[in-house]
Design a protein. Structure first.
Length: 259
């Protein structure tokens, strides 16, 4: 989910190498780049430590869910020291959108199963007085890079980018987001969590979870987390994930047929 450039991918590879050493679990990094569907990744029986969006996780029955390991805590101000994230509503830097202009804007979205790229911007729109006026939407754009490219090419006027993805791009690929400006930031939602396959041995799961939860307690761990814009990992708040489908249904009811 957050392999946003070769440089950022390399940092994640370093993290997983470090995690394998700390946990004593041999981890093999397997490329799974877009447009390969994330659903295929989440179904792998050998899945060790993989990011999963909270929305598709929340829609699965308890017995079908992969094992939740931890949720990240970002160093960014929008996280407030909690395992939450948000989405930035972004537009081209040289535009001067006012709130009323967003009703007629062309809105881009990533995939319908995404919290950050679909549910979050729709929830934001649902709170605005122009909610049912939005008609022009473009998607699927697959991922944050697709949103960036669509804005740069003029295909869309505004779109939502996962605030943590935006944070990583600010840190390592500022040129990629230089043509953009943040118009608004959505309400927080539970951070995509690290999950493991239900087929993994319980001692393997415990070793991975222990290493993740204690990663911030060593200087080396703090440094590798900071390189990814993270402060620590936390126990996932399952109740917060369980509320996500209801949030999406409320948005559906408010927007009606407009999106």
């Amino acid at each position: 989910m957050y392999n946003l450039s070769p440089k950022i991918t390399g940092l994640w590879d370093d993290f997983f190498t470090w995690l394998g050493a700390q946990s004593g679990v041999k981890l093999e990094v397997i490329p799974h780049a877009a447009p390969a569907p994330l659903s295929a990744l989440w179904e792998r029986p050998d899945m060790g430590v993989v990011f999963m969006c909270g929305f598709p996780f929340s829609k699965l029955a308890a017995e079908q869910r992969p094992i939740p390991l931890v949720a990240p805590i970002s160093l960014a101000n929008w996280a407030g020291g909690q395992p939450v994230y948000a989405s930035h509503i972004v537009a081209a830097r040289d535009t001067a959108f006012k709130s009323t202009d967003l009703a007629k804007a062309r809105w881009g979205w990533t995939v319908r199963d995404s919290q950050s790229g679909y549910n979050a911007p729709r929830e934001f729109v649902s709170t605005q007085p122009y909610a049912r006026e939005v008609r022009n939407t473009v998607g699927p754009l697959l991922n944050p890079r697709g949103v960036v490219e669509a804005i740069r090419s003029g295909t869309i006027d505004v779109g939502a980018i996962d605030a943590y993805a935006y944070q990583l791009l600010e840190m390592y690929e500022p040129d990629m987001i230089a043509p953009l400006r943040i118009v608004a930031t959505t309400e927080p939602a539970p951070f995509p969590l690290f999950v493991a396959s239900r087929q993994l041995p319980s001692d393997t799961v415990l070793a991975l979870k222990h290493a993740l939860l204690h990663a911030h307690q060593s200087d080396e761990g703090q440094a590798i987390l900071a390189s990814l814009g993270l402060a620590a990992f936390a126990e996932p708040d399952m109740a917060a994930y369980d509320r996500m489908p209801a949030r999406a249904r409320d948005t559906d009811e408010t927007l009606g047929a407009s999106w």
